[in-house]
Write a protein that binds this ligand. Structure first.
Ligand code: SF4
Ligand code: SF4
Length: 229
């Protein structure tokens, strides 16, 4: 059986818009080193919902964000079940979960963005989001770590924001530093996560319980060029 083709089919049939496979062993913490294959999935967000964001998030965006996270967790779970059925170990990474790790309360157990860039899904933009060729940053990510070995996709090793600085200039929290991504750059060099989070919690409490914004996603030109009818 071609495990890669099979699992990709299952994830896509469950709703994934993009699927990639990345080699992770050199970047995993020691407790996950045996799960050297990362499977990254991207779920495309609703353009209509994103387009309605102006200078603040919307109720629709907050609901969409949470619904998509739930859907991603289900897609990932479908993949994990199948991998286990085949006899592999598989760890689902929560679509959206912050754990207090290494002094930072703004990260999950392993970054989806690392899995995604290693799996060739896209690069990290100056807005600190994964930017895909097809949908720009208008996606959300899910990940599985597994000990299944497959043929890996070519990782992204450089960014394609080039001279654009739109998200940096529009961020109401002045949280985006304008630095270009490269593999291994610390997230803090791209975004002041605390400033972003505090802005959301101070100004958008009544919209998305202060946990979403979306301005830097809505305005990215890599996302607005998606063909629509
Ligand atoms: S989500 Fe909003 S506050 Fe945070 S970096 Fe993007 S534009 Fe700035
Ligand atoms: S708005 Fe421009 S700088 Fe920001 S992520 Fe998109 S392409 Fe990159």
């Amino acid at each position: 059986m071609n495990y890669r083709e099979e699992i990709e089919g299952i994830l896509r049939n469950s709703g994934a818009s993009k699927v990639g496979f990345g080699y992770l062993k050199d970047v995993l913490p020691s407790k996950y080193k045996h799960l050297k294959t990362g499977i990254s999935i991207a779920f495309r967000l609703s353009d209509q919902v994103i387009n309605e964001i102006e200078d603040q998030p919307t109720h629709s965006y907050f609901h969409h964000y949470r619904t998509v996270n739930f859907r991603i967790d289900q897609i990932v779970l479908n993949g994990v079940s199948k991998l286990q059925e085949w006899g592999f170990l598989a760890l689902p990474i929560a679509a959206s979960q912050s754990v207090n790790l290494e002094g930072s309360k703004y990260q999950g157990i392993f970054p989806h963005r690392t899995v995604a860039t290693r799996s060739g899904l896209g690069w990290i933009g100056k807005n600190a989001c994964l930017i895909t060729e097809e949908f720009g940053p208008r996606i959300r990510l899910g990940s599985i770590l597994t000990n299944m070995e497959v043929q890996y996709d070519e990782p992204f090793t450089s960014e394609k924001c080039n001279k654009c600085n739109k998200c940096v200039n529009l961020c109401p929290a002045l949280a985006l530093r304008g630095n270009k991504w490269y593999p291994g750059i610390k997230r803090e060099e791209i975004v002041d996560v605390q400033a972003c989070s505090e802005h959301m919690s101070n100004y958008y409490k009544d919209i998305g319980r202060g946990s979403v914004c979306g301005i830097c996603i809505k305005n990215c030109p890599k996302g607005v060029n998606v063909i629509r009818r």
